[in-house]
Design a protein around this ligand. Structure first.
Ligand code: PLP
Length: 406
């Protein structure tokens, strides 16, 4: 039998990055603020903002840095409460703690999306900001979330770290909230090893974030708005914040920007391939009585590079673990979010955020929700190997249960 593919290898970096990297190795011009204009980081910011359809972009060292700077740029009082989903990566509550704010967790349902009843109940007058994590690209009901937050004047930060290319009602994820944050860490759609970017239409917010990211003295002059736009709103904002803010130095290097820029023309193809792969495997998994891939919400068009599905009718944790073991024997690594030890996406492992009470709905989901990487480069026969392994692993565990009554 053919072996299941390695799902951790990255795609090669496009050839077009090489000449640019070689040029930088020759010149040593790696710092974004050395060149008088058009440094690779500045070009990346313009290209990314144009690609997503927003006015401003700020490239930084990671999506975590982008989330932290977004929170800092909102200028909230210390210890203000920030509503975040209970199913997200530990970077999200960490960015809140980093900004000296208090995370409040909201329940997430077994379709991996924010439970809107709990969201509405927890969006009290104490909440100063909301972070929506489009976890693994699953988009919560952004129409309902934006309506509730707009009505209360609460700013929304979109954590679109892993959702580049996803759309909601045809609009790009990351452009609905006040600010959207993306990651270029190696497991995301665009891979620079590390890196992040935030996008916004708000001149004051971006001016604050630019300065705090480390645009010391007058380096902010190298940040521009869209081509041909009136630049005075941005210049006025920078003038307002000159010397008023700490400098956290979370900048991106020109080398990383060159690696990222070479992949932007690949985004559309990767999105298409990722969607095809996901839906192809989802259709096969959904033929099983034991596996269920939740459908997308109607306005959502995803850009997945992994698949999540729920184990159904697996009464015990031992049985769920037996499924993961049976899949591993077939060469496919399944992570069950709540059953792998110290998982960074399990809220009970975030001991640094203080007591939150139990989030029973999210906990129940995490104990049976499985995660399998499906890099966009996989071929149809490799996808078949993965689906077959998962289906037969579930059948094997369930057959044993019937035979031995365990
Ligand atoms: C990867 C990820 C992050 C963190 O991104 P970094 O660039 O590694 O800081 C945050 N949120 C989600 C949902 C992610 O998937």
């Amino acid at each position: 039998m053919a072996e299941a593919p390695n799902v951790y290898d990255a795609e090669p970096i496009p050839e077009s990055a090489r000449a640019e990297v070689e040029r930088m190795l020759q010149s040593g011009d790696l710092f974004r603020y050395t060149a008088p204009e058009d440094a690779p980081v500045s070009l990346l910011e313009r290209e990314f903002a144009d690609l997503l359809g927003s006015k401003y972009a700020l490239a930084v060292s990671s999506c975590s840095a982008a989330l932290f700077l977004s929170l800092e740029a909102l200028d909230l009082a210390p210890n203000t409460k920030v509503l975040i989903p209970a199913f997200t990566f530990a970077a999200v509550p960490s960015s809140v703690v980093h900004a000296r704010l208090q995370p409040v967790l909201v329940e997430v349902g077994d379709n991996y999306r924010i439970d809107m009843t709990d969201f509405e109940a927890k969006l009290t007058d104490e909440i100063g900001a909301v972070i929506i994590s489009h976890m693994r690209g699953h988009t919560s009901d952004m129409d309902a979330i934006m309506a509730l937050c707009d009505a209360k004047g609460v700013p929304v930060i979109e954590d679109a770290a892993h959702s580049l290319g996803t759309t909601w009602n045809g609009q790009n994820i990351g452009t609905m909230g006040r600010v959207g944050c993306f990651s270029f860490q190696s497991y995301k759609l665009v891979n620079a090893g590390e890196g992040g970017i935030l996008i916004t239409d708000d001149a004051d917010l971006v001016a604050r974030a630019v300065i705090m990211s480390g645009a010391y003295e007058h380096n902010w002059k190298k940040h521009k708005g869209p081509e041909g736009a009136n630049s005075s709103e941005l210049e006025e904002a920078f003038a307002r914040w000159q010397n008023q803010l700490p400098l956290y130095n979370l900048r991106l290097s020109n080398l990383s920007a060159a690696i990222i820029r070479s992949q932007l023309p690949e985004v559309a193809r990767r999105v298409e391939a990722g969607r095809f792969n996901h839906d192809y495997v989802a259709d096969q998994l959904n033929t099983s009585a034991w596996l269920q891939v939740p459908p997308p919400l109607a306005p959502e068009n995803r850009a997945p590079d992994s698949i999540q599905f729920n184990l159904q009718g697996f009464a015990s944790d031992a049985e769920a673990k037996a499924f993961a073991d049976a899949a591993a024997t077939r060469g496919v690594k399944v992570q069950i979010f709540g059953l792998s030890s110290d998982n960074a996406r399990a809220f009970w492992n975030w001991n640094f955020i203080g007591e939150q009470g139990d989030l029973r709905q999210t906990r129940t989901m995490l104990m049976r929700a499985c995660d399998v990487r499906l890099p966009t480069r996989l071929t149809q026969s490799e996808l078949d190997l993965i689906s077959t392994a998962l289906l037969s692993a579930a059948d094997e565990v369930k057959a044993e249960e019937r035979a031995y009554g365990t």
